[in-house]
Write a protein of this length. Sequence first.
Lengths: 159, 179
Amino acid sequence: MSKLWCALLLLACVATGPALAVIETYEFSSPELEERYQQLSAELRCPKCQNQNIADSNAPISKDLRRLLHQQLEAGASDAEILDYMVARYGEFVRYRPSFTGATAALWVAPVLLLGAAILVALLVLRSRRGERTGSSADLSADEEAQLQTMLHKTERDS
Amino acid sequence: MAPRLKLFAPLLLFAVLALFLFRGLELDPQALPSALIDRPLPEFTLPGLGEERDITRGDLLGEAALLNVWATWCVSCRVEHPYLKQLAERGVVIYGINYKDEDADALRWLQELGDPYRANVVDRDGTLGIDLGVYGAPETYLVDAQGIIRYRHVGVVDERVWQTILQPLYQELEPGGGG
C-alpha cells in the first residue's frame, strides 16, 4: 500500500513540473513570429539570475523583457534590432552568444587557442617519448649491452 | 638543468591558479558592468510621486545627482534608506525612481521613514528601469549636471560604498558637495 502512495506522490511531482514551468503565454499574429519569440527568449540571458535565459526564468525582470520582446516582435522589429536594443541597455552580457568585439574576443578565441596549445603539448610529449624509447635501446655500446645482460641474468637467478 | 626546472611547473601552475582564485574572492559575480556608463540618461516623461505634474529627463539636470532605484517591496532598500537620509542631510542631491511599486505604499514609506529624495519618478511598469538597464533594486546611478551617467552601483549604498566609490566621483563633478 505504501508503495502505491509513493508511486502516486512521484507521479504528482512529475505531473506538476511542466505546469509550474509555464509562465505566461502571448498571442502572436503569425506562427513565424512565435518561433522567433521562442528563439530570442532562449538566447537572451536573464540579467538578474545570470544562468538562466529569459524563457526559463520567472524573475520579474525576465517577465518584463519577455513582454518587451513580444511587443517588439509584433511591432515588426528585426532580430538584430531587438538584440541591439537589449545590448544597449544590459550590455553584451544579455546575449548567450555575444557578438565578436574587443571585449568579447577572449571569450571566443580562448577555447580555440587552448585546444591548439593542448594538441601542441600532446604532440611534443608523444614525440619525445617515442624518441626516448627508440634511442635508448639502439644506442647501447657493446660494453653496456654486456652489462645489461649480466644484470638481467642476475635478477633471473635471484628470483 | 632543464629537467630540474620542469619539477617546478606544478608549483608555478598552483601559484597562478591561487592568484586567480584569490582575486575571485573579491569579485561579485552579480555585479554587471552597466552598458550606460558615459552615456546620456535616457529620455522619459513619467508621473512624479505625490505630484500632479510629470517629471522629465530635463528636470533632473543642472547638478550632479544620485538616481536611486527603490521600491517598498525591496528589503535591501529599507536597509539603505537611513543612509540615503544622511547623505541628503549632507546636501547630496538624490532623485528617486520608484520602481514597479504602488504609489500609496511608496508615499506611506516616505511618510514613515523620511524622505531623502528631491523628487520621485513613478516607474510603475519598469519601462525607465529597462532603459537604464536596471535588473533589481536597489540600484544607484551617479549622473552629472549634463545628464551623463557616470557610475552605477548595484546593491545597498552604505558608508563604505559612498566613501570608497561614490564620494570621490561625486566630488569630482560637484566640488565641495556632499562632504
